[in-house]
Design a protein around this ligand. Structure first.
Ligand code: HEM
Length: 185
């Protein structure tokens, strides 16, 4: 199959947009479900969605990270200022760290608190952390702070992507946009 000079491959794009869509659903679900005075059925539905899709994200994010560590992304355009290269590298590391830390801390918060994760319980997957109120509290605090850090880094990431698409017009945005590429990664 023909090789393009640059651009992410189909697997990279599918993993990127799958994780992006799920995290962009998880954030508002998390923020809404913790509000006081929410209608009970809506709160229950949001918690069930958040816990179960969040647990699925542990698996998908692990795959995404493994794929990234074994597949080097194409180079950035040489015209890109060095501070923007460094900012891109730092924000991508922060995104990966937070993408792993968020679902893991959520999982620990729920399991250490002794709560169900319906899909895992139905499949007979045991809790992998011990019951501990102190651990549940620590994980909860971390989960809340990391959520706002993640929202900040996502805002920077989307801003940079739009800058590439609308101002620099250097193809960096298009190489991750959904239409599949004909390249290896
Ligand atoms: C990428 C994955 C995740 C994201 C982006 C995310 C995001 C959020 C956000 C934004 C909040 C609201 C924080 C606040 O203002 O209090 C929240 C709360 C919460 N999340 Fe997550 N979450 C993720 C994964 C998970 C997972 C996997 C679980 C459990 C299996 C979970 C369980 C909870 C719980 C129980 C709360 C309520 C706060 C608490 O009682 O500690 N989350 N999450």
């Amino acid at each position: 199959m023909e090789r393009l000079p640059e651009g992410h491959g189909t697997t990279t794009r599918v993993l990127h947009w799958l994780v992006a869509v799920l995290i962009l659903l998880m954030i508002p679900a998390g923020l809404i479900m913790v509000q006081e005075g929410l209608e009970r059925h809506l709160q229950d539905a949001l918690f069930i969605f958040h816990k179960n899709v969040g647990s699925l994200l542990i698996v998908i994010v692990t795959l995404r990270l493994a794929w990234r560590l074994t597949h080097r992304p194409p180079d950035l355009p040489v015209s890109l200022p060095s501070w923007q290269r460094r900012a891109a590298a730092a924000s991508h590391v922060a995104l990966y760290v937070l993408m792993v830390a968020m679902p893991l801390s959520g999982y620990v918060r729920v399991r250490a608190g002794g709560y169900p994760i319906e899909a895992l319980d139905a499949m007979g997957v045991p809790a992998l952390v011990p019951r501990s109120e102190a651990l549940a509290e620590a994980a909860s605090s971390f989960h809340q702070v990391a959520a706002f850090a993640l929202i900040g880094v996502i805002a920077i990431h989307v801003g940079a992507a739009l800058q590439h698409a609308l101002i620099r017009r250097d193809g960096v945005f298009q190489r991750m946009w959904p239409p599949v590429a004909r390249k290896r990664t």
